[in-house]
Design a protein around this ligand. Structure first.
Ligand code: PHB
Length: 387
């Protein structure tokens, strides 16, 4: 290179730097706070894969910014959540946090995000309070509220004519809210939940409670379990001989991302969720193909939620020329956006939770096949949200 061309290159670079806003020169710091260990580890992994797939499809940039990742394993442990989220906010000074799976951990993250006015995109945890009393312009959820699949499944179980139901779940926010949503949907049709059974999180000691279910002889059972716990529960329910006599229904997490491990014990199970393996819309087909190509794996609902978290971040950043500090513009853009999700297009409610169809699915082979729509465009009530 001659002195003249070298000088020109340098001069152009300097001019470009003056023209572009300073933040555009530096990577956007994205803090991924997800479980890498414990019963929800596979869920965290799928979310991260989905998120990164969208970023890769955009050439590694969102809103003109390259992305730098900072990662924390939250272990699905609420007692460590505040310390963990502060590693991202205070130590790493991230621009945006993406996480997490567990509702109890996510509640601590939402409080920290509100206090520090950090952008938070939640790619799973369904805690009602996050899009209820804790709702905030800087907090968005790309997934669901725990109430949504529960309520949709409750209505469907009522329509199937079941009258006496037992529920069984983990004793923490997500399980309890899922069961409450179920009751609200189910009891409208005159049915009754005769017993709520609870297991401490993340225990998988189900035997005594399965014996109790056999003795109670309900018409059906409703459950919320996910990840490793869902695999074990479905296997144990079948091994206890209950599958043939008492239909088991669940929030669709029961059979999502778990079918390889559950094998035949899951076949025929009916669940409700905002995703299924056979939706066949153009976006889903492209997504499934790209995911399988990138990771040699089939995607699940968690991968979709991670992908959509990145889409939401991209929409907000585009509207702010890559500047996540412009919180009002960011929120305005995501509020009016239609997100082109593999689950089908959706918008956000006033409290920033997806307004979405709840599909009825049935396990056939290694797929959650869509067999109907349990609830169309279901809006989480967002109780207690003021913004
Ligand atoms: C939650 O804690 O909110 C939660 C965890 C796993 C799921 C769904 C919800 O699959």
């Amino acid at each position: 290179m001659t002195f003249k061309t070298a000088f020109t290159t340098v001069a152009w670079a300097a001019l470009a730097a003056l023209a572009a806003p300073a933040h555009a020169q530096t990577p956007l710091k994205v803090g991924l706070m997800l479980p890498a260990t414990g019963t929800y580890a596979a869920l965290g992994d799928a979310i991260e894969k989905g998120f990164k797939l969208h970023v890769q499809e955009q050439g590694g940039k969102l809103g003109g910014r390259t992305i730098e990742y900072f990662k924390v394993d939250d272990e699905s442990d609420p007692s460590k959540a505040t310390d963990n989220v502060n590693k991202l906010i205070k130590r790493d000074q991230v621009d945006v946090i993406v996480g997490t799976v567990h509702s109890g951990v996510a509640l601590a993250m939402a409080r920290a995000a509100r206090e520090s006015n950090t952008l938070l995109i939640i790619p799973n945890a369904g805690a009602g309070d996050i899009t209820g009393p804790l709702c905030s312009p800087n907090i968005v959820r790309s997934s669901f509220s725990n109430w949504q699949p529960g309520y949709a499944m409750g209505e469907a179980v009522g329509k199937r004519g079941h009258k006496k139901v037992v529920t069984i779940t983990w004793k923490y926010g997500a399980g309890i809210e899922s069961v409450n949503g179920f009751k609200e949907g189910f009891e409208k049709s005159g049915g009754k939940v005769i017993k709520d059974l609870l297991v401490p999180f993340p225990s998988v000691e189900f035997q005594a409670l399965l014996t109790e279910i056999a003795a109670l002889k309900p018409d059906a059972v409703y459950t919320f379990f996910a990840g490793g716990g869902a695999v074990k529960f479905v296997k144990d329910y079948s091994a206890a001989g209950l599958k043939a006599s008492i239909p088991l229904y669940g929030a669709g997490f029961l059979t999502d991302g778990t079918l390889d491990a559950q094998g035949d014990t899951a076949s025929g199970l009916v669940t409700a969720l905002h995703y299924a393996d056979s939706l066949n819309n153009a976006k889903d087909k492209a997504f499934r193909l790209a995911y399988a190509k990138a990771y040699k794996l089939q995607p699940d609902v968690y991968a979709v939620q991670g992908y959509d978290a990145a889409q939401i971040l991209g929409i907000g950043l585009k509207a702010t020329n890559g500047d996540p500090r412009k919180k009002a513009e960011f929120a305005a853009a995501v509020r009016k956006a239609t997100i082109d999700s593999p689950r089908g297009p959706f918008m956000l409610s006033k409290s920033h939770n997806p307004v979405q169809d709840m599909y009825l699915r049935q396990v056939v082979g290694k797929e959650n096949k869509m067999i109907g729509i349990a609830s169309k465009g279901l809006v989480d009530p967002g109780r207690g949200c003021r913004m």
